[in-house]
Design a protein around this ligand. Structure first.
Ligand code: GDP
Length: 189
C-alpha cells in the first residue's frame, strides 16, 4: 500500500524512536529535490513541508510507512546560509545517526541527474564507502533531460554505482517512483 505519514522531527539523538522498525534514510544536498521526492512517494503535495519550516530543516524527520518502516529525511547539506553553530549541531546529529543507528538498513542518496555528484556529495560518498551498507543512488529532476541524455547518463552512473543500485527520478511526473519502493522492499526482505 505504501501509506507514508509524518511521524516526528528529531533534534537530538536521544529522541529517536524506540528500537523496532527498520529505517531507510534519505540524503542529499539542499535543493536536490528531497522534499519533492518525499511528497511524491507519499502521494501528497505538502507532507514534507514540515521539514522546511524554520528550525526543522536541521532535524531528522521521520516518516512512517504502513507501520512497517521509517523513512528518515536527513538535513540537506551544502546550504550556505546557516550559522556555524547550526551547522555543527546538525553535523553532530547526522554523524551520530549514521554511525550508531542499529535500525538503519539502507540509504537513499540523491544527486541531480543533470550533473551527478558535486562538491559536498563527495564527503557523503566517502562515508558510504566506509559504511558498506545498501545504497540506492537516485538521480532527481530527470524530466529536465532528454531521453537520449538520460540513457547516456545512466550508462555512466551504472558503471560507477552498479545497475541495481541506481534509478532516475522525477517528482514532477512521478516516473520511476516504483523503482524506489521495490528497492526498499528488496533490501528489507
Ligand atoms: P530539497 O531542498 O532537496 O528538499 O528540494 P525541493 O524538493 O524543495 O526542490 C528544490 C527545487 O527543485 C524546487 O524548485 C522544486 O520544484 C524543484 N524540483 C524538485 N524535484 C523536481 C523534479 O523532479 N523535476 C523538476 N523539474 N524540478 C524539481
Amino acid at each position: 500500500m505504501n501509506t507514508l505519514t509524518f511521524y516526528k522531527s528529531v533534534f537530538s539523538h536521544r529522541d529517536v524512536p524506540a528500537a523496532g522498525l527498520p529505517e531507510i534514510c534519505i540524503s542529499g544536498r539542499s535543493n536536490v529535490g528531497k522534499s519533492s521526492l518525499i511528497n511524491c512517494l507519499a502521494g501528497k503535495r505538502n507532507i514534507a513541508k514540515i521539514s522546511q519550516t524554520p528550525g526543522k530543516t536541521r532535524s531528522l524527520n521521520y516518516y512512517d510507512v504502513d507501520n512497517k518502516l521509517f523513512l528518515v529525511d536527513l538535513p540537506g547539506y551544502g546550504y550556505a546560509k546557516i550559522s556555524k553553530t547550526e551547522r555543527m549541531h546538525f553535523k553532530k546529529l547526522v554523524n551520530s545517526y549514521l554511525n550508531n543507528r542499529q535500525e538503519l538498513k539502507g540509504l537513499i542518496q540523491l544527486f541531480d541527474a543533470r550533473h551527478g555528484p558535486v562538491s559536498g556529495d563527495y564527503i557523503m560518498l566517502e562515508w558510504i564507502r566506509s559504511w558498506g551498507g545498501n545504497v540506492l543512488y537516485v538521480f532527481t529532476k530527470a524530466d529536465k533531460l532528454s531521453a537520449n541524455n538520460r540513457a547516456k547518463l545512466m550508462k555512466t552512473y551504472e558503471k560507477e554505482f552498479g545497475l541495481e543500485n541506481i534509478t532516475m527520478f522525477s517528482a514532477n511526473t512521478g516516473e520511476w517512483s516504483k523503482n524506489i519502493w521495490s528497492w526498499i522492499y528488496r533490501i528489507l526482505k
